[in-house]
Design a protein. Structure first.
Length: 437
């Protein structure tokens, strides 16, 4: 079985090393040896250290490599939308199986790849696109295919989880924790994709598509990052017996007419310390799946890095190579349900709202009236002297309110009206609360 490798960076280099060091085992598992037909790179003459590969295999012509008759499987670890999309569509239409780690492409236009795979009768596998080496997509795609998944909640970005874990453990602010993550190599020089939630949103779209048999794109995912999470938010979470995580949440629901829908969102949220995801620290990933028959399932491990990602890539290579030897291929996609994606305003959630208010009689009654007007029920109220909030002027007080479950639009409208009250100095923070009653 001959492979065309597109990209030889951090992940691609690890794929080459694993192909070399585990060659005998991989051949035994597949029933035929794996050979590299060529490696497409940007610069052929670049120093790649002691990489165990013949330099003659490198090429700057990826499309020419893909079109070669002796290529059976195309492995793409370049990333980005174009030209990766064109390369993979070309390979799949020609009947060549594809293994990719390209979450951005799958989340933006996975439909084009799935359609090309169906047209060419080829396999499209992408375990490495979400949660690195954690076996997650294959169970959703195959093992749980006979079940009905109702909800998927996950920590799928290691950089943000490291930052929030550091803020929780040490009391550091966001900027300080980000600096530490950068120094340790967990954060890129430009961390925008991670800290603003773009990376997690792409993964959420892939998870929702598989879990609910519906085509979901990154554009369908409500996205918020962690840059506004403060030290005060962390302290409030601790006071409630919670911690704060950047969560991707995909869930079934119903619309006003009773039709089935899905909701897909990424945002920071408070979760109880008793929740299985609360103890996931450092740069680890974890995904919590709730299914009707299987019940609650937890997938945990390292979600990024060259070696873990390469492990997932090689797992897919073994699967597609065995399929080709058997003269078969897996179904490209299951999107029969075609459920509509519910807007964020209709998602049911809870809010934790911290207010800096004027300390005088009648304030609590006025604030409660705003919640009542928007049909939002208050679960708990905690009031104290100012000092934890941004103002800290003696005549002010801090008011912390946690709501019961309500539509997000009603909760957002409540916060909007609170901001306009003359008795409210500021809305210090707003965070969603998940995983509780």
């Amino acid at each position: 079985m001959r492979l065309a490798l597109l990209g030889c960076g951090t992940v691609g280099s690890e794929v080459v090393r694993l192909l070399h060091t585990q060659a005998a085992d991989l051949a035994a598992r597949i029933g035929a040896p794996l050979e590299i037909a060529g490696i497409a790179v940007r610069r052929v003459g670049r120093d790649r250290g002691d990489l165990p590969v013949d330099p003659a295999l490198f090429t700057t012509d990826p499309l020419g490599l893909i079109k070669r008759d002796d290529v059976d499987v195309v492995v793409e670890v370049v990333g980005g939308i174009e030209p990766a999309r064109s390369w993979l569509v070309e390979a799949l239409r020609a009947g060549k199986s594809v293994v990719t780690a390209n979450k951005a492409l799958l989340a933006e236009d996975g439909a084009a790849l799935h359609d090309a795979a169906a047209e060419g009768g080829a396999d499209l596998y992408y375990e490495a696109s979400v949660a690195g080496a954690i076996p997650l997509l294959r169970p959703l795609r195959e093992s749980l295919h006979g079940d009905r998944i109702n909800r998927v909640t996950g920590i799928v970005n290691g950089t943000t989880n490291f930052i929030l874990s550091a803020m929780d453990a040490t009391g550091a602010g966001f900027a300080e924790a980000l600096d530490e993550a950068t120094e340790l190599g967990y954060a890129e020089a430009d961390p925008t994709a991670d800290v603003e939630g773009f990376d997690a949103a792409a993964k959420a779209a892939i998870l929702a598509s598989l879990a609910f048999h519906t085509r979901v794109t990154a554009a369908d995912v409500h996205r918020e990052g962690i840059t506004e999470v403060t030290v005060a938010d962390m302290a409030s979470a601790k006071a409630m017996g919670c911690t704060i995580k950047l969560l991707c949440i995909a869930a079934r629901g119903t619309d006003a007419a009773g039709g089935e829908t899905v909701s897909v969102r990424v945002h920071p949220a408070m979760i109880p310390l008793t929740h299985p995801l609360a103890s996931v620290g450092d740069a680890f990933n974890a995904v919590f799946v709730e299914a009707e028959a299987a019940g609650q399932l937890m997938f945990y491990g390292r979600g990024a890095g060259g070696a873990p990602t390469a492990s997932a890539v090689l797992g897919d290579v073994v699967a597609v190579a065995r399929n080709r030897l058997a003269g078969a291929y897996a179904a490209s996609e299951s999107a029969y349900a075609d459920l509509s994606v519910r807007p964020m305003g209709e998602a049911l959630t809870r809010y934790h709202i911290s207010l800096d208010v004027v300390d005088r009689p009648g304030v609590l009654q006025a604030v409660a009236g705003v919640f009542a007007r928007h049909d939002v029920s208050i679960a708990t109220v905690r009031q104290g002297p100012a000092g934890g909030g941004p103002a800290g002027r003696g005549e002010d007080a801090d008011l912390v309110i946690v709501t019961h479950v309500a539509p997000d639009a009603a909760l957002a409208a409540t916060v909007g009206e609170l901001r306009g009250l003359d008795i409210v100095r500021s809305v210090a923070s707003v965070l969603r609360v998940e995983g509780g009653a």
